[in-house]
Ligand binder design. Sequence first.
Ligand SMILES: Nc1ccn([C@@H]2O[C@H](COP(=O)(O)O)[C@@H](O)[C@H]2O)c(=O)n1
Ligand SMILES: C[C@@]1(CO)OP(=O)(O)OP(=O)(O)OC[C@H]1O
Length: 159
Amino acid sequence: MNLRIGQGYDVHRLTEGRPLILGGVTIPHPKGPAGHSDADVLTHAVMDALLGAAALGDIGTHFPDTDPAYHHADSLKLLEKVVSLLEQQGYAIVNVDATLILQKPKIAPFIPKIRENLSRMMHTPLETVSVKATTEEGLGFTGREEGVAAMAVCLIRGS
Ligand SMILES: Nc1ccn([C@@H]2O[C@H](COP(=O)(O)O)[C@@H](O)[C@H]2O)c(=O)n1
Ligand SMILES: C[C@@]1(CO)OP(=O)(O)OP(=O)(O)OC[C@H]1O
Protein backbone atom coordinates (compact mmCIF):
# COMPACT_ATOMS: atom_id res chain seq x y z
CA MET A 1 0.00 0.00 0.00
CA ASN A 2 1.36 3.43 -1.02
CA LEU A 3 0.93 5.55 2.14
CA ARG A 4 2.48 9.00 2.32
CA ILE A 5 2.69 11.45 5.23
CA GLY A 6 2.63 15.25 4.94
CA GLN A 7 2.97 18.21 7.27
CA GLY A 8 2.02 21.87 6.94
CA TYR A 9 2.62 25.01 8.99
CA ASP A 10 1.41 28.58 8.56
CA VAL A 11 1.49 31.85 10.50
CA HIS A 12 -0.42 35.10 9.97
CA ARG A 13 -0.18 38.44 11.71
CA LEU A 14 -3.36 39.44 13.59
CA THR A 15 -4.73 42.89 12.83
CA GLU A 16 -7.75 44.88 13.96
CA GLY A 17 -10.74 44.83 11.65
CA ARG A 18 -9.88 41.67 9.67
CA PRO A 19 -12.36 38.78 9.91
CA LEU A 20 -11.18 35.75 11.85
CA ILE A 21 -11.92 32.92 9.40
CA LEU A 22 -10.79 29.45 10.46
CA GLY A 23 -11.69 26.35 8.49
CA GLY A 24 -14.22 28.47 6.61
CA VAL A 25 -16.01 29.57 9.80
CA THR A 26 -16.16 33.29 10.65
CA ILE A 27 -15.55 33.65 14.37
CA PRO A 28 -16.60 36.89 16.11
CA HIS A 29 -13.42 38.67 17.30
CA PRO A 30 -12.00 42.20 16.94
CA LYS A 31 -8.80 40.91 15.27
CA GLY A 32 -8.22 38.60 12.33
CA PRO A 33 -5.28 37.38 10.25
CA ALA A 34 -3.83 39.75 7.64
CA GLY A 35 -3.19 38.27 4.21
CA HIS A 36 -3.76 38.44 0.47
CA SER A 37 -6.46 35.75 0.63
CA ASP A 38 -8.99 35.35 3.44
CA ALA A 39 -5.88 34.29 5.44
CA ASP A 40 -7.53 31.15 6.80
CA VAL A 41 -4.38 29.93 8.50
CA LEU A 42 -5.85 26.58 9.51
CA THR A 43 -6.95 25.69 5.99
CA HIS A 44 -3.56 26.86 4.67
CA ALA A 45 -1.73 24.44 6.99
CA VAL A 46 -4.02 21.60 5.89
CA MET A 47 -3.41 22.41 2.19
CA ASP A 48 0.36 22.44 2.69
CA ALA A 49 0.21 19.08 4.51
CA LEU A 50 -1.75 17.55 1.60
CA LEU A 51 0.53 19.04 -1.06
CA GLY A 52 3.58 17.94 0.92
CA ALA A 53 2.33 14.37 1.20
CA ALA A 54 1.99 14.21 -2.58
CA ALA A 55 5.26 16.15 -3.17
CA LEU A 56 3.27 18.68 -5.23
CA GLY A 57 4.91 21.87 -3.91
CA ASP A 58 3.16 24.30 -1.59
CA ILE A 59 0.27 26.76 -1.58
CA GLY A 60 2.48 29.66 -2.67
CA THR A 61 3.45 27.67 -5.79
CA HIS A 62 -0.16 26.96 -6.73
CA PHE A 63 -1.80 30.19 -5.53
CA PRO A 64 0.80 33.02 -5.63
CA ASP A 65 0.13 35.94 -3.30
CA THR A 66 1.02 38.27 -6.20
CA ASP A 67 -1.93 37.01 -8.27
CA PRO A 68 -5.03 39.24 -8.03
CA ALA A 69 -7.14 36.09 -8.58
CA TYR A 70 -6.40 35.14 -4.98
CA HIS A 71 -7.14 38.52 -3.40
CA HIS A 72 -9.68 37.79 -0.63
CA ALA A 73 -9.83 34.20 -1.96
CA ASP A 74 -11.95 31.73 -0.03
CA SER A 75 -9.34 29.25 1.22
CA LEU A 76 -11.91 26.44 1.36
CA LYS A 77 -12.21 26.78 -2.44
CA LEU A 78 -8.42 26.58 -2.70
CA LEU A 79 -8.51 23.44 -0.56
CA GLU A 80 -11.02 21.96 -2.99
CA LYS A 81 -8.52 22.62 -5.81
CA VAL A 82 -5.70 20.98 -3.86
CA VAL A 83 -7.86 17.91 -3.21
CA SER A 84 -8.73 17.72 -6.89
CA LEU A 85 -5.00 17.84 -7.78
CA LEU A 86 -4.34 14.94 -5.42
CA GLU A 87 -7.30 12.99 -6.80
CA GLN A 88 -5.99 13.50 -10.34
CA GLN A 89 -2.74 11.87 -9.16
CA GLY A 90 -4.70 8.92 -7.76
CA TYR A 91 -4.45 9.86 -4.08
CA ALA A 92 -7.18 9.60 -1.43
CA ILE A 93 -6.97 11.19 2.01
CA VAL A 94 -6.71 8.77 4.94
CA ASN A 95 -6.79 11.32 7.76
CA VAL A 96 -5.83 14.86 8.75
CA ASP A 97 -4.94 16.18 12.19
CA ALA A 98 -4.58 19.95 12.66
CA THR A 99 -3.69 22.18 15.60
CA LEU A 100 -4.47 25.88 15.83
CA ILE A 101 -2.28 28.03 18.07
CA LEU A 102 -4.30 31.05 19.16
CA GLN A 103 -4.44 32.90 22.45
CA LYS A 104 -7.96 34.28 22.00
CA PRO A 105 -10.81 33.60 21.43
CA LYS A 106 -11.66 30.04 22.43
CA ILE A 107 -12.58 28.21 19.26
CA ALA A 108 -13.84 24.97 20.80
CA PRO A 109 -17.52 25.82 20.09
CA PHE A 110 -16.70 26.25 16.38
CA ILE A 111 -14.71 23.05 15.92
CA PRO A 112 -17.65 20.85 14.82
CA LYS A 113 -18.49 23.24 11.95
CA ILE A 114 -14.80 23.61 11.00
CA ARG A 115 -14.41 19.81 10.83
CA GLU A 116 -17.56 19.53 8.77
CA ASN A 117 -16.30 22.16 6.28
CA LEU A 118 -12.88 20.53 5.92
CA SER A 119 -14.34 17.05 5.59
CA ARG A 120 -16.76 18.21 2.86
CA MET A 121 -13.99 19.91 0.86
CA MET A 122 -11.67 16.91 1.25
CA HIS A 123 -14.28 14.29 0.25
CA THR A 124 -13.44 12.37 3.39
CA PRO A 125 -15.60 11.23 6.34
CA LEU A 126 -15.90 13.51 9.37
CA GLU A 127 -14.15 11.02 11.66
CA THR A 128 -10.97 11.27 9.56
CA VAL A 129 -10.65 15.02 10.24
CA SER A 130 -9.34 16.20 13.59
CA VAL A 131 -9.03 19.87 14.61
CA LYS A 132 -7.60 20.95 17.95
CA ALA A 133 -6.60 24.26 19.53
CA THR A 134 -4.14 25.43 22.11
CA THR A 135 -2.86 28.68 23.51
CA GLU A 136 0.82 29.17 24.20
CA GLU A 137 0.00 30.35 27.72
CA GLY A 138 0.58 34.01 26.90
CA LEU A 139 4.11 33.36 25.62
CA GLY A 140 5.64 34.48 22.33
CA PHE A 141 3.92 36.10 19.35
CA THR A 142 0.74 34.06 19.68
CA GLY A 143 0.61 34.72 23.41
CA ARG A 144 0.89 38.47 22.80
CA GLU A 145 -1.97 38.09 20.27
CA GLU A 146 0.27 39.42 17.51
CA GLY A 147 -0.26 36.35 15.38
CA VAL A 148 -1.95 33.02 14.88
CA ALA A 149 -0.28 29.79 13.81
CA ALA A 150 -1.53 26.43 12.61
CA MET A 151 0.08 23.08 11.94
CA ALA A 152 -1.31 20.00 10.28
CA VAL A 153 -0.28 16.46 9.46
CA CYS A 154 -1.99 14.11 7.05
CA LEU A 155 -1.80 10.65 5.60
CA ILE A 156 -2.75 9.97 1.99
CA ARG A 157 -3.08 6.71 0.11
CA GLY A 158 -1.92 6.27 -3.48
CA SER A 159 -3.48 3.92 -5.96
N1 LIG B 1 -7.89 29.41 20.96
C1 LIG B 1 -8.14 28.32 21.73
C2 LIG B 1 -7.21 27.75 22.57
C3 LIG B 1 -7.55 26.68 23.36
N2 LIG B 1 -8.80 26.15 23.28
C4 LIG B 1 -9.22 25.03 24.14
O1 LIG B 1 -8.79 25.27 25.48
C5 LIG B 1 -8.01 24.16 25.96
C6 LIG B 1 -6.96 24.63 26.90
O2 LIG B 1 -6.01 25.42 26.22
P1 LIG B 1 -4.55 25.61 26.84
O3 LIG B 1 -3.77 26.37 25.84
O4 LIG B 1 -4.78 26.37 28.09
O5 LIG B 1 -3.99 24.25 27.08
C7 LIG B 1 -7.49 23.49 24.71
O6 LIG B 1 -7.19 22.13 24.92
C8 LIG B 1 -8.65 23.68 23.75
O7 LIG B 1 -9.63 22.70 23.99
C9 LIG B 1 -9.70 26.72 22.42
O8 LIG B 1 -10.85 26.25 22.32
N3 LIG B 1 -9.37 27.79 21.66
C1 LIG C 1 -3.18 31.16 -0.34
C2 LIG C 1 -2.41 32.47 -0.35
C3 LIG C 1 -2.83 33.25 -1.62
O1 LIG C 1 -2.32 34.54 -1.62
O2 LIG C 1 -2.83 33.13 0.82
P1 LIG C 1 -2.18 34.36 1.69
O3 LIG C 1 -3.32 35.06 2.35
O4 LIG C 1 -1.28 35.17 0.88
O5 LIG C 1 -1.44 33.58 2.88
P2 LIG C 1 0.02 32.96 3.02
O6 LIG C 1 -0.13 31.78 3.93
O7 LIG C 1 0.98 34.03 3.45
O8 LIG C 1 0.46 32.46 1.59
C4 LIG C 1 -0.32 31.55 0.85
C5 LIG C 1 -0.88 32.20 -0.40
O9 LIG C 1 -0.55 31.34 -1.45
